[in-house]
Design a protein around this ligand. Structure first.
Ligand code: AVJ
Length: 323
């Protein structure tokens, strides 16, 4: 049977809520924005470019683990499952695993549904027999898959959360999120979670990965200002802001900030804010985990004994956590 992809758009927050959330963050003593706003159309493309730069090892190392451990993964992950890809982006990581997992259905979930559309249509042409659904959904607060998906409770569910996106959550938020993921795949005892996580390592390696020489990460971060100008009608000027990517060794996290290079006043329809030279907007955290802390987290979220696959240098880990 030849399939065409279906698309479902969930609007969790309307323009007014987004505006209120952003303004609240911009007015806070330490201004901050949610990392999800890094991903407008250009932001998603810039992130794709990041995955190609020499210093950004996570994507490459994770792919090498998937390649080297394909046989082990084929034994762990159930076949004919619904493969639910959280933050699918260009869908390439999941597509590379289709031959290993033989999913009956592919559900691509991403906040940027427009980015998903092209990727999924292209993929459907390569795999005409697979049922494919694209879901535009912000699952960062609540993971609630729409009923319209028509997922059968009897089909095993494999949730796929690669790339160390889990690092955007604080450890407490990560626990709450993984509990929801567990509830989602626990409908069938064969289900589970396949997740990628970036590991604690030499600060210089981490720092370089988030402050690359070519300046792609800087462009990705600074593009947020252009997105904000569109979203709230502000007048951020790129020339006033510099990218900061640093490793916070106490909290085991990369932090991205935008730093005012001079005194600036930014205005938008409802108000304005003064930023002194050197003042920052905190735009992202990317937590790094140890294997022990992460397997404990999976256990606390309700999963069974996890299998951890890693690269020879222990830079990155891929974990299969059965329900
Ligand atoms: C998409 C959240 C996994 O934290 O490494 C890359 C985002 N930010 N460079 C990461 C990101 C700056 C990325 N995640």
């Amino acid at each position: 049977m030849k399939h065409t992809p279906r698309f479902i758009q969930r609007h969790h927050s309307n323009a007014l809520q987004i505006r209120a959330e952003l303004l609240q963050g911009l007015h806070a003593p330490i201004a901050h924005t949610s990392p999800k706003y890094l991903y407008d159309e250009l932001g998603s493309k810039l992130f794709e470019a990041i995955t190609c730069i020499p210093e950004y090892y996570p994507t490459r190392v994770e792919a090498s683990i998937f390649r080297a451990q394909a046989d082990a993964l084929a034994k762990l992950v159930p076949k004919q499952a619904s493969l639910i890809d959280l933050g699918a982006g260009n869908c390439q990581k999941a597509a590379n695993l289709f031959a290993v997992f033989e999913p009956a259905r592919y559900v691509a979930v991403d906040i940027s549904v427009e980015f998903l559309r092209g990727a999924l249509e292209c993929l459907q042409r390569q795999f005409p027999d697979m049922d494919m659904v694209g879901v535009g959904l912000d699952f960062s607060e609540h993971l609630q898959l729409p009923d319209a998906l028509g997922l059968h409770p009897n089909d095993p569910r494999v949730l796929f959360y690669p790339g160390s996106s889990i690092g955007n959550f604080t450890p407490n938020e990560a626990l709450a999120f993984l509990k929801q993921v567990h509830a989602c795949c626990a409908v069938n005892p064969e289900g589970g979670l396949l997740i990628g996580v970036d590991l604690v390592k030499d600060a210089r390696v981490l720092q370089a990965a988030y402050d690359d020489e070519l300046g792609v990460t800087a462009a990705f971060n600074r593009n947020l200002l252009l997105h904000l100008n569109t979203l709230i009608g502000s007048n951020f000027k790129l020339a006033d802001w510099a990218h900061v990517g640093l490793y916070n060794t106490e909290l085991n996290r990369i932090e991205m900030h935008l730093e005012a290079v001079r005194d600036v006043v930014v205005t938008w329809p409802e108000g304005s804010r003064h930023f002194a030279a050197g003042e920052r907007i905190h735009t992202e955290n990317s937590y790094k985990w140890t294997i022990d802390a992460f397997t404990a987290l999976l256990h606390d979220a309700g999963f069974g004994q996890a299998t951890v696959l890693t690269d020879p240098q222990h830079q990155f880990a891929v974990c299969w956590a059965p329900v």
